[in-house]
Write a protein that binds this ligand. Structure first.
Ligand code: C2E
Ligand code: MG
Ligand code: MG
Length: 256
């Protein structure tokens, strides 16, 4: 049923992009946001991305949905630049299937030009699954994105094979430490050590580090102590619509 409803959902305007702020741990201010897709369908209600993204990927529908997310996010970045004079870093999740679309990188280039944003304001998040997808041209695509000034981020780090080789071989700028590590940080065991090691490793490769799914003050304090660069999570804000994120920016909330 999900697959049935996915066809045409874009034309029926059932998608929305929401934004979760990313906090700079140096000054605890918002430095950017991650764009996250929401789907509200009359028959199915609101469906979680973890349910429909895999189906959109299998069927290839993700190619068009992904272009919609990119356009929304780039247009939002342009808006925040115009309205607030701020260059935020907007991250968009890309799935492996999107890289099989020869138009992906040209589309990103055109859209950046069209909205007149700096390439550095855009970040793409990919997971290790990308490298297992067997797609040959990931290499060139990432190099081309890098040449456009677009940042490249390794999402969900620690959940897959965590091959350190990928981090060296491709032009990554950012490592996102998976929420499961952040949750375990305050438990007994080696959770904390794994986050410390990930930060040290990333910094030695000249990558910035962002912690995902930060929910408690205790986690935040630990991450600041560890020298983590950025954080996002419910402690700061859930993903919110474009205008609500603008509100958070105007309020210049002090999160501490
Ligand atoms: P992700 O990229 O790792 O995104 C982080 C997920 O964690 C988001 O779930 C976010 O709402 C959630 N989250 C953020 N802070 C917290 C927290 O403090 N606690 C908890 N428990 N969760 C938190 P969401 O929006 O349901 O997205 C799930 C996944 O779906 C994403 O994981 C991403 O892989 C995929 N996804 C979402 N939007 C897109 C999209 O536009 N394109 C593609 N290809 N994938 C997307
Ligand atoms: Mg992500
Ligand atoms: Mg993630």
């Amino acid at each position: 049923i999900i697959e049935e409803q996915l066809h045409g959902a874009l034309d029926r305007n059932e998608f929305e992009v929401v934004y979760q702020p990313k906090i700079d741990l140096a000054d605890l201010k918002i430095m950017g946001a991650e764009a996250l897709l929401r789907w509200n369908n009359p028959a199915l209600g609101s469906v979680s991305p973890s349910e429909f993204i895999p189906i959109a990927e299998q069927t290839g529908i993700i190619v068009n949905i992904g272009k919609y997310v990119l356009t929304e996010a780039i247009s939002a970045a342009n808006n925040w630049h115009k309205n607030l004079g701020r260059d935020l870093n907007i991250a968009v999740n890309l799935s492996p299937r999107q890289f099989r679309d020869a138009d992906l990188v040209p589309f990103i280039g055109r859209t950046i030009d069209e909205y007149g944003i700096d390439g550095h304001c855009l970040e793409v998040e990919i997971t290790e699954g990308m490298f297992l997808s067997g797609y040959q041209h990931v290499n060139e695509s990432l190099a081309q994105l890098n040449a456009l000034g677009v940042n490249i981020s390794m999402d969900d780090f620690g959940t897959g094979y965590s091959s350190l080789n990928y981090l060296r071989k491709y032009p990554f700028d950012m490592l996102k430490v998976d929420r499961s590590y952040i949750v375990n940080m305050t438990n007994e065991g080696t959770g904390k050590e794994l986050v410390i090691a990930s930060i040290a490793m990333a910094h030695s490769l000249n990558l910035k580090v962002i912690a995902e799914g930060v929910e408690t003050k205790e986690q935040l304090d630990l991450l600041i102590d560890m020298g983590c660069d950025y954080a996002q999570g419910y402690l700061f804000s859930k993903p919110v619509p474009r205008h609500a994120l603008e509100g958070l920016l105007v309020d210049n909330v002090d999160w501490y």
